[in-house]
Design a protein around this ligand. Structure first.
Ligand SMILES: Cc1cc2nc3c(=O)[nH]c(=O)nc-3n(C[C@H](O)[C@H](O)[C@H](O)COP(=O)(O)O)c2cc1C
Ligand SMILES: O=C(O)C(=O)c1ccccc1
Length: 388
């Protein structure tokens, strides 16, 4: 049973307090634009190139229409999901997002507090502004996964995985689509890369292997540490064969993030991976890709029921969660929406965003005649092009 009761929207209204933040994603984005400095805002909001993939992500959602069913007793609904043997209260997780201090001075510490308060799984990024140990401390016993950027220095990669395992992270999410940053025009215009200012490299600065590669400690010479980071961060030489190396490092479930091609989804399964995350990185990597939702539709036909399929890129509201699950996702990741909550209201802002999406999703389930996530399937949707 979910925690949000039946008349979800009544609970929201009846807090008796006018909301400090807008409820609409678009208004939040607008306010964040007004509040953050230009470079930080565009780093978060922007996409690669002409931002075609970013826009496609949204257009794809709009092409699918929900066809609600009636008279199906939806007074009690179960929106919990089971992933890798653990039950979570809703099919919603925090996407891994690095350098959160560009949105709020306490960055990840604030969003992780929100995650812990709501017991929503939190995926800490390799590129976080704080070390994975500090974030784990804040998360305490709340569900936590670690997102790995696979360094071209294998010992650093192994060390990060070991550190994550040691402080209680329960899964490793390997991001495959970013061995180098995409062509982000606004960031280039603004000459803005937070890492070059030493942001988002805390996990390296606190890594014993990384530090052993330096002649002097980062405290004495941060410039050399940043330079080394730029050389070690990405690993464009990786191939499917390298996954065996990662498997040897850990017994935790491993998920591959950034899968768009159905053949890659198949390879992930055949390589013994535990799950995949269908994602085009919020349209931040390759301009002009397939939308993440269209990729999901194709991939789930291939993989559904074999290993968990997670999804991100474009989720803004409850109806989007519903559509992604109906098209085969087991759970979804929230990205930019929580970053705007963080920018505008810190922990409380993040909590408000996540609670609203969950409540809106639960309500969409009820009003569409569905009481359990296992009931969701593509027959509950129709694509615009098939409407006559
Ligand atoms: C500012 C920012 C930083 C990100 N950093 C990471 C990261 O460190 N690791 C990662 O795997 N994905 C990262 N992502 C991608 C997200 O995990 C997710 O795929 C994306 O935000 C989903 O798109 P959406 O925000 O449009 O829903 C980042 C996204 C943003 C907006
Ligand atoms: O900005 C991003 O999308 C991203 O994934 C990233 C990559 C390297 C460091 C921090 C974030």
């Amino acid at each position: 049973m979910n925690n949000y009761g039946n008349n979800v929207q009544f609970q929201v209204y009846s807090s008796g307090r006018k909301s400090d933040l807008p409820v609409s994603f678009e208004e939040m984005e607008q306010l964040a634009h007004e509040q953050l400095d230009e470079s930080s805002f565009y780093y978060i909001a922007g996409g690669a190139g002409k931002e075609r993939s970013m826009k496609e992500n949204r257009l794809a959602f709009d092409q699918w229409k929900i066809v609600p069913r009636m008279l199906r007793n939806v007074s009690e609904r179960d929106i919990s999901v089971k992933l890798f043997g653990k039950t979570y209260q809703s099919p919603i997780l925090f996407a891994p997002i690095g350098v959160q201090t560009i949105a709020h001075p306490n960055g990840e510490l604030e969003s992780a507090e929100a995650a812990a308060a709501l017991k929503i799984p939190y995926i800490a990024s390799t590129a976080a502004s704080f070390s994975l140990e500090k974030i784990a401390d804040v998360l305490d016993d709340s569900p936590k996964w670690f997102q790995l950027y696979w360094s071209n220095d294998m010992d650093i990669t192994a060390s990060m995985v070991k550190r994550a395992e040691k402080c209680g992270y329960e899964a490793i999410v390997v991001t495959l689509d970013t061995p180098m940053m995409g062509w982000r025009e606004k960031d280039i215009e603004n000459a803005y890369l937070p890492f070059l200012l030493g942001q988002g490299i805390a996990n390296y600065l606190e890594d014993p292997v990384f530090c052993s590669r330096l002649n002097v400690s980062p405290k004495e010479d941060i410039e050399s540490a940043i330079l080394l980071w730029t050389r070690l961060f990405g690993n464009p030489a990786l191939t499917w064969d390298d996954l065996a190396f990662l498997r040897k490092q850990t017994n935790l479930p491993i998920l591959l993030k950034g899968i768009l091609h159905k053949e890659d989804a198949k390879l992930a399964y055949e390589s013994g991976m535990d799950g995949i995350i269908v994602s085009n990185h919020g349209g931040r990597q390759v301009d002009g890709t397939i939308s993440s939702l269209d990729a999901l539709e194709m991939i789930s036909k291939e993989l559904k029921g074999k290993i968990p399929i997670l999804f991100d890129s474009g989720i803004r509201r409850g109806a989007d969660v519903y559509k992604a699950l109906a098209l085969g996702a087991n759970s979804v990741l929230i990205g930019r929406p929580f970053m705007y909550g963080l920018a505008l209201g810190g922990k409380d802002g993040v909590m408000q965003v996540m609670k609203n999406i969950i409540a809106d999703f639960d309500l969409t389930m009820a009003l569409s005649g569905q009481k359990s996530i296992s009931e969701l399937n593509a027959s509950l949707l129709i694509k615009e092009s098939n409407l006559s």
